[in-house]
Design a protein around this ligand. Structure first.
Ligand code: BMA
Length: 333
């Protein structure tokens, strides 16, 4: 089994609460940093550019409540962000599905195309759906339009084709009254999607990830499988708590869950996570991996208001899942 590889050298002392360390300089980006008036800056997709620059494609909510995406670039991924002077990707009149905004981008580098694929929520009269765009430079974008109709969001493309037929794979989260689970769909051409199946189910009852889950940043490719950071939504009398947890999927067949952690690894705690437009939401759409190949920089939003970053070791996360995770069984849900 691939997931048992390399575990001998791994530290196993990690507890779920120590897998991610908040950057002391958080928040790293706020509305006050913006070159034009905006309400909030959050849910950024992330990419490491070929020259080592970190790019965050931030969701920016304007003072009408409509979101667009604006790129911010930094040499070290923490400081001295250079923000595009105007929106980088804004709702376009030729795409009515974007009339109420574009939100929550997840960025995947696709080596075969030598392009970045941006999966984002397009908010139109039918509700929130998933749209896909391709870009080489985050300056011009080639929109493929709506790939998952409403109500659907939290989508990310996997970086390569799978199986004998070379099908693309997309993770997404259609919403159904009975439960919002994480699904996988397959496509021969990035435009036509089918063979839909559930990838990970929301639990029930009192769990932190009961009733509503969704992928957070894109899947992380590791020697043990695809590592998923996903969010769980706990509804309470004073609103919803958004937290982040871990699961691991088979590298050849990403529909097969190998391990799921029971505990969340990041939840709202700091002021910038508990005060803002949506108090108690920590929500991530992007990460980069540092040059050491192991240090994950998770870019996440505090309270749907600002951008923050936390760092963690991918091998420690895998070791934690090995020790504390278990394959999902029907009685869990
Ligand atoms: C989710 C998404 C995100 C948002 C989060 C917390 O459902 O809509 O855009 O950040 O809720 O409010």
């Amino acid at each position: 089994m691939t997931r048992r590889r390399n575990t001998a050298q791994r530290p196993t002392d990690a507890s779920s609460g120590t897998l991610l360390t908040r950057y002391p300089g958080n928040p790293v980006l706020t509305a006050a940093d913006w070159p034009y008036p905006v309400n909030s800056v959050f849910n950024a997709g992330a990419a490491m550019l070929p020259d080592g620059t970190t790019l965050l494609l931030c969701r920016v909510e304007d003072r009408r409540g409509i979101s667009h995406l604006t790129a911010a670039r930094s040499a070290d991924g923490f400081n001295k962000w250079v923000i595009d002077p105007k929106p980088t990707l804004a709702p376009h009149r030729d795409f009515p599905e974007e009339i109420w905004g574009i939100e929550d981008p997840r960025i995947t580098w696709v080596p075969e195309m030598k392009k970045f694929a941006v999966a984002y929520t397009s908010f139109g009269r039918g509700g929130p759906g998933v749209s896909l765009a391709l870009t080489e430079d985050f300056t011009s974008f080639d929109r493929l339009g709506v790939v998952m109709p409403p109500d659907d969001k939290d989508a990310t493309l996997l970086p390569r084709r799978f199986g004998d037929f070379g099908t693309w794979v997309m993770v997404h989260r259609p919403a159904a009254p009975i439960g919002a689970h994480i699904w996988l769909s397959y496509s021969p051409d990035l435009r036509h999607w089918g063979s839909h199946r559930i990838m990970l189910m929301a639990r029930r009852g009192a769990w932190w990830d009961a009733n509503k889950i969704g992928i957070s940043p894109p899947l992380i490719e590791t020697p043990d499988g695809w590592l998923m950071i996903y969010h769980g939504v706990r509804r309470t009398a004073s609103g919803s708590i958004y937290r982040q947890g871990l699961a691991l999927f088979d590298i050849k067949d990403p529909s097969r869950c190998l391990l799921r952690g029971d505990e969340w690894i990041l939840g709202p705690r700091e002021d910038y996570e508990t005060k803002g437009d949506v108090a108690g939401a920590v929500f991530a759409c992007g990460y980069t991996i540092a040059p050491d190949g192991d240090t994950l920089r998770l870019y996440y939003s505090g309270a749907d208001t600002c951008m923050a970053v936390a760092t963690g070791s991918i091998s420690r996360m895998l070791a934690w899942l090995e020790t504390n995770g278990r394959p999902p069984v029907d009685t869990d849900i």
